[in-house]
Design a protein around this ligand. Structure first.
Ligand code: SF4
Length: 338
């Protein structure tokens, strides 16, 4: 089964596609091939040789990912449980305002102590085609104009495949480059490679605390970048691309919502080209953290605003259908690695 976009390109070339045909087939696929109509229909622009090969290529693509179940929430988001060709399950989330959050791995090796996905470790990497297939599946339900790599997995641990998916989505997939968001705990390879790509995504960095020792406890297998180093690298990327960095902060009561942390945030982020996204922790069975009250979280956001930090307080999307990423999969049952 072809799981990499580069494999698909080779197959298309073998079937007689030139560069423009290849681009158009991939474009149709990433925009949900079965819905092609009018001038976009393959028979209107593909040569006979390629048309003859298309059904087999199409069925391969359809086998990459299928929708197992959909879980709409009151906030307009919708969690999608997606089954991959080998039966592994990942989650995507349709977000309000035409956004989609997709997964880049089954499981995750970083092991953040407040995350359900991290509890099982890494099961397997997703191929680039499986990532784009999540977008194609979601586009059958509604428009997708923004894709964030913030679902299950750490994109930096699957860097080559994620960058290949970003490249396709930013070209044939017709998504604006700043509307592609690479989310990471921070990894030196990301800061080296992202600026070199022809499609440069926006960056989201998981900060969560301003203290290096606490960060090591919360994100036990993240690269050992201190919060200061992380923000310095993010700032350089933001200035180079012109897109502000999104700093992610899961609010954990009594752990990273203290006055000391707020002082640390002001010290670290004041004057930086970025926005702080605070998301109160989503209570999960078996995880021993507490969620601060919404009033307390709102007060923190107001305090930071007054101190000159652009802060957005967000609910985790689809909270009423299940908490953090990985919970739908956990409830549906896991499969061992193949
Ligand atoms: Fe991995 Fe993200 Fe979960 Fe951390 S929060 S364990 S990086 S999926």
């Amino acid at each position: 089964m072809a799981r990499q976009i580069s494999d698909l390109k080779l197959r298309l070339r073998a079937a007689g596609a030139g560069p423009s045909h290849e681009h158009r087939v991939l474009r149709l696929w990433s925009q949900a091939l079965p819905q092609a109509s009018g001038r976009r229909r393959p028979e209107n622009f593909l040569p006979q040789t390629l048309l003859a090969a298309l059904p087999e290529i199409e069925s391969d693509l359809a086998a990459l990912a299928r929708l197992r179940s959909a879980h709409p929430a009151a906030d307009g988001s919708e969690r999608l449980l997606v089954e991959l060709g080998d039966g592994q399950l990942v989650e995507s989330v349709l977000l309000p305002r035409d956004g989609l959050c997709i997964s880049s791995q089954v499981g995750c090796a970083v092991g953040c102590v407040f995350c359900m996905t991290g509890r099982d470790g890494l099961v397997r990497q997703l191929g680039s085609a499986e990532m784009v297939a999540q977008v194609a599946l979601a586009r059958r339900r509604r428009a997708v104009k923004k894709v964030v790599f913030m679902g299950m997995g750490e994109p930096a641990h699957n860097l080559e495949n994620v960058l290949e998916a970003i490249d396709l989505l930013g070209t044939a997939g017709n998504i604006g480059h700043k509307n592609l968001v690479f989310s990471t705990v921070g990894d030196p390879r990301v800061f080296e490679q992202l600026p070199r790509g022809s499609v440069k995504p926006a960056l989201a960095l998981s900060l969560h605390t301003t203290h290096a020792d606490l960060r090591e406890r919360l994100l036990p297998r993240a690269p050992r970048l201190t919060p200061d180093e992380l923000v310095a690298a993010g700032e350089a990327y933001a200035r180079a691309t012109g897109y502000p960095v999104q700093y992610q902060w899961t609010l954990l009561e009594g752990i990273n919502d203290t006055p000391d942390e707020l002082e640390g945030i002001v010290r670290l982020l004041h004057g930086k080209y970025g926005v702080l996204n605070m998301i109160p922790f989503n209570s999960v069975d078996g995880l021993d953290f507490r969620r601060p009250s919404w009033e307390r979280a709102a007060e923190i956001a107001r305090t930071l605003h007054r101190r000159g930090i652009l802060t957005k307080l967000r609910q985790s999307a689809g909270q009423d259908v299940d908490g953090g990423c990985g919970q739908l999969r956990a409830r549906a049952g896991r499969r061992p690695a193949v």
